[in-house]
Design a binder for this molecule. Structure first.
Ligand SMILES: C[S@@+](CC[C@H](N)C(=O)[O-])C[C@H]1O[C@@H](n2cnc3c(N)ncnc32)[C@H](O)[C@@H]1O
Length: 324
């Protein structure tokens, strides 16, 4: 694949403005991918700063290493899941950071690489692992999951009316000794189950089924929840977090997390006074998520579903910690 098309960074100026990165700061890019956002972050922190770039995909890691070679003086690359953010920072002896970016989902490189099995566009093995060292790909999961589990996952990813018929068709195939092996077999199965008149207008009918399997194979929602939980403790006062999401399931996780952290108190509403004593740790910077402008979507159609949410760490002790 052309180096230039590995992945185009989404909402880049907006991310940079919200992260407000200053020279000398320590910044984490938890999803370095093709290195588009990371390059801009390296520029902003300057030679005296540090960018810690993580990606769980070894191909993304290798590509970022090549592309970001001019920034070796300020960049540390780690191949790992951002769900292990705390451990990675401990390993680098970094207690607190100034900001963190998570740009979720897959890169264009992953989607276009037929052998990775992420897309229905080309024939490839039903794999979908971001980290090929993980034990099970989509093909193995489709062998293991029960009818009810398959249906539940398709439903959660937004496939409503057809979740059960799709799950049933998959189970029927595997019981007949013809389990699904490739991306195009899966796409064809969904096309056959959903009558043509019920196909969505703007996306391929198998989009949600592919999404459900990808989320499951990579435990993406669980990783997101685990990564988010570690962020407030690691941000310096007034430190910032930006999260770019590409579907409603992950956007809801981010929205709920920010709201909970901005509320602080977790006492049941029927208690007349707060007993938990929890203080808000985040201040939400984006009341509504930012969306790409039409010009960006025209240039980069993959940006069309993006939503950007940002929050700021409130001072650790009320009244202390002047804004830098
Ligand atoms: C949308 S791309 C990031 C693109 C990047 N911001 C750029 O400008 O090129 C998402 C990347 O995040 C990685 N990724 C997804 N979930 C991850 C996780 N839990 N931990 C680490 N990397 C993850 C994927 O492997 C993929 O390379």
């Amino acid at each position: 694949m052309e180096a230039a098309t590995f992945h185009e960074p989404v909402l880049l100026p907006e991310v940079l403005e919200l992260l407000a990165v200053q020279p000398g700061q320590v910044v984490v890019d938890g999803t370095v991918g093709g290195g588009g956002h990371a390059r801009a972050l390296c520029e902003r922190v300057g030679p005296g700063g540090r960018v810690i770039g993580m990606d769980r995909d070894p191909e993304a890691y290798a590509e970022a290493e090549k592309r970001l070679a001019p920034y070796r003086d300020r960049l540390v690359l780690i191949q790992d899941n951002f769900a292990r953010l705390g451990k990675v920072l401990d390993g680098l002896s970094v207690a607190r950071i100034d900001s963190v970016l998570l740009d979720l989902g897959t890169s264009l490189h992953q989607l276009k690489s037929a052998k990775r099995g992420f897309g229905f566009g080309q024939e490839g093995p039903l794999d979908m692992r971001m980290d090929p060292a993980e034990a099970r790909g989509a093909k193995e999961l489709l062998q293991e999951l029960s009818l009810a589990e398959l249906e539940r996952n398709f439903r959660q990813a937004g496939e409503r009316r057809w979740a059960r018929p799709i799950a049933r068709a998959m189970v029927r195939r595997r019981e007949a000794g013809r389990p699904l092996q490739t991306t195009t077999e899966l796409a064809r199965l969904v096309e056959e189950v959903i009558p043509r008149r019920a196909w969505p207008r703007e996306i391929h009918p198998a989009t949600k089924t592919f999404l459900a399997l990808r989320l499951l194979v990579n435990q993406e929602i669980e990783s997101l929840e685990a990564g988010l939980r570690q962020i407030p403790d690691r941000l310096k006062p007034f430190g910032r977090v930006c999260v770019l999401t590409y579907h409603s399931l992950e956007d809801r996780v981010v929205k709920d997390f920010f709201r909970e952290e901005a509320r602080g108190c977790v006492c049941p509403p029927e208690l007349p006074v707060c007993r938990c004593g929890n203080q808000p740790r985040l201040r939400i910077l984006t009341r509504r998520p930012l969306r790409p402008r039409p010009e960006e979507i025209e240039r980069n159609p993959r940006a069309r579903s993006a939503k950007l949410r940002a929050a700021e760490r409130v001072a650790l002790e009320p009244g202390k910690g002047a804004r830098p």
